[in-house]
Ligand binder design. Structure first.
Ligand SMILES: CC(C)(COP(=O)(O)OP(=O)(O)OC[C@H]1O[C@@H](n2cnc3c(N)ncnc32)[C@H](O)[C@@H]1OP(=O)(O)O)[C@@H](O)C(=O)NCCC(=O)NCCS
Length: 155
């Protein structure tokens, strides 16, 4: 599996992802896609035949806070899940974050992810890469729903 930073050519990928998972308004999907590429940092994972997935991360509260949120790690095709790709994607993502901060000479304090309680695959991937449960968020997306915040701390 290969990895590259997302560019304008990947816009349709993020539009499709938005329309599939978050809502059906084309204009919002396009704005979201542009943000994933131009505001946040997205990594694309692919092989010779297809795009396997993507992962996005974002600097929170300005780079000097050292705080990063990772979100929307997706492997699209069911056939590509459970084969270790998710684990590899997160490894590349963490390296990308660490290198980014090192290059700009800012200390990285914490990378975090908000993840649904029922998302066992996702939670396992993060736990495996040194992310620990930071907090439980009750009634997060709707009443009765629970999310977890996992973080990898550098302090
Ligand atoms: C979450 C996701 C990225 C995981 O990627 P993946 O390639 O399927 O996961 P991996 O094969 O790398 O597995 C990583 C670990 O999770 C475990 N795992 C994988 N699928 C699992 C499942 N369905 N239930 C429980 N554990 C699972 C694996 O056993 C592995 O742990 P191990 O190495 O100790 O055995 C992928 O399933 C996906 O895209 N899901 C839909 C989107 C999503 O939920 N994203 C995460 C929210 S940000």
């Amino acid at each position: 599996m290969k990895c590259r930073v997302a560019s304008k050519n990947d816009q349709q990928y993020f539009v499709d992802n938005y329309l599939k998972h978050y809502g059906d308004v084309q204009e919002l999907a396009e704005k979201y896609a542009i943000a994933c590429i131009e505001v946040h940092r997205s990594l694309m994972f692919y092989n010779d035949h297809e795009t396997i997935g993507a992962i996005t991360w974002s600097i929170k509260e300005g780079i000097s806070s050292g705080l990063v949120e990772i979100f929307q790690m997706f492997i699209h095709s069911e056939k590509n899940r459970g084969k270790g790709y998710g684990s590899l994607m997160l490894k590349y993502c963490v390296e990308d974050i660490e290198n980014y901060y090192k290059k700009l000479n800012y200390p990285l304090r914490r990378a975090f992810i908000v993840i649904d309680q029922e998302n066992l695959a996702g939670r396992n991937v993060y736990r495996k890469h040194g992310f620990n449960l930071l907090v439980e968020v009750k009634n997060h997306l709707k009443t009765g729903h629970k999310s977890f915040v996992y973080s990898k701390d550098y302090f």
